[in-house]
Write a protein that binds this ligand. Structure first.
Ligand SMILES: Cc1cc2nc3c(=O)[nH]c(=O)nc-3n(C[C@H](O)[C@H](O)[C@H](O)COP(=O)(O)OP(=O)(O)OC[C@H]3O[C@@H](n4cnc5c(N)ncnc54)[C@H](O)[C@@H]3O)c2cc1C
Length: 339
């Protein structure tokens, strides 16, 4: 039965219900773990019409992919509940997760899959075109703008690389140096690949009939373009982890800030895993889903290790305090507090 009613506690609370969180929850629900996904419902690729480069689902609308994911999680008894997590604090040997609406749930383990925020340059008209004809990723929507007049707005250390990537898709690529000039080596690379460089600050985008038609410089010059590639600064959405001591750190490539973790998604805070864009800023949908699945499996293994350790202790000493407490929990459940 699908219900939004939160229980008091779960084996795992998954924060964020994009590709990473849902695939993590799928693995956990199939392992018969009690799991809830709490999701604020704003996945990063929401403005795009289709998810590209994801095997067997290429082009599927982002909302449809996630709806399928939610229904798969629910099919195994997992819950997916709308809501925004506000704070997480350590409580006993787990966590207390508080939502913005005041509800609180307990979790033995936490999987954080809250994605990232794309910080875009403050240029009039740009944000409204994001995911449409203002793009960032050649793998996500490069094919859709192949052979078009493409501009690349220099915003950060990856912008020249971005121009070289889009050059693979069109002969007509222009690099707008905007507020940063290419180095001599980069300028040589751009020239060698036939990418024109336009100097001067970009002031606004020209839109006609709901389509990008050009880029206007601050001196008034207009350069006709049908698509504009922009590298956003990417910052992990993780403010609610502060009380646990987990904060985004500057990424070595200078492209943003992420929550660091090992290859399995385990963070430096015991019991907290991360997956998807919150830790891997350049992860695509497929990579994020895979990371969520891997983290889900690791969390299950961690819980199994804990349960086995307790079972062995109980097996060795049936009258231990731990065993008495477990027996009491099993027989009296929530009523035990009144005993
Ligand atoms: C315009 C655009 C187009 C893209 N197109 C493609 C593409 O074609 N192919 C591709 O492979 N990749 C594409 N990507 C990249 C893709 O969006 C990411 O790889 C993917 O969304 C990462 O998945 P995720 O689960 O880590 O995060 P997200 O999908 O961003 O999901 C995170 C979820 O967590 C929720 N959340 C955040 N904070 C909280 C909180 N405090 N409490 C509860 N919930 C919270 C959010 O609301 C969201 O629902 C695109 C990106 C952009 C910007």
């Amino acid at each position: 039965m699908v219900t939004d009613q939160l229980r008091d506690g779960y084996d795992v609370v998954v924060v964020g219900g994009g590709a990473a969180g849902l695939n993590g929850a799928l693995m956990l629900a199939r392992s018969r773990r009690s799991v809830v996904v709490i999701d604020a419902g704003a996945p990063r690729n929401a403005p795009a019409t289709g998810v590209h480069g994801f095997l067997s689902r290429d082009g599927i609308p982002p909302a449809e992919l996630l709806e399928r994911g939610r229904s798969e999680v629910r099919g195994y008894g997992g819950q997916v509940v709308p809501g925004e997590v506000d704070t997480v604090v350590r409580e006993d040997d787990g966590f207390a997760v508080t939502l913005a609406d005041g509800r609180t749930v307990r979790a033995r383990r936490l999987l954080v899959a809250t994605g990232l925020v794309d910080e875009l340059p403050d240029i009039p008209g740009l944000r409204a075109r994001w995911g449409r004809d203002v793009l960032h990723c050649p793998y996500c929507h490069g094919w859709e703008v192949r052979d078009q007049a493409i501009g690349v707005l220099a915003t950060g250390p990856m912008s020249v690389h971005q121009a070289l990537m889009f050059r693979q898709l069109s002969d007509d690529v222009t690099f707008f140096s905007h507020t940063m000039s290419p180095t001599a080596e980069e300028a040589e690379q751009l020239a060698a690949r036939g990418i024109g460089v336009v100097n001067g600050e970009v002031a606004s985008l020209e839109i006609v009939g709901d389509r990008l038609v050009g880029v206007r410089l601050s001196d008034g010059t207009m350069v006709g373009r049908e698509a504009l590639a922009v590298a956003s600064r990417m910052t992990a959405r993780a403010g609610f982890l502060e009380a646990l001591g987990l904060r985004p750190v500057e990424h070595p490539m200078g492209v943003g800030a992420n929550i660091p973790a090992d290859a399995t998604g385990r963070t430096e805070v015991p019991g907290v895993w991360v997956a998807g864009n919150v830790t891997d800023l350049v992860a695509q949908v497929g990579t994020s889903a895979a990371a969520g699945a891997a983290a889900g499996a690791q969390i299950n293994a961690d819980l199994i290790a804990e349960e086995t350790r307790l079972a062995v202790a109980a097996h060795r000493d049936p009258f231990s305090a731990e065993n008495e407490a477990r027996l009491c929990e099993q027989t009296a459940g929530d009523r035990r507090h009144g005993l």
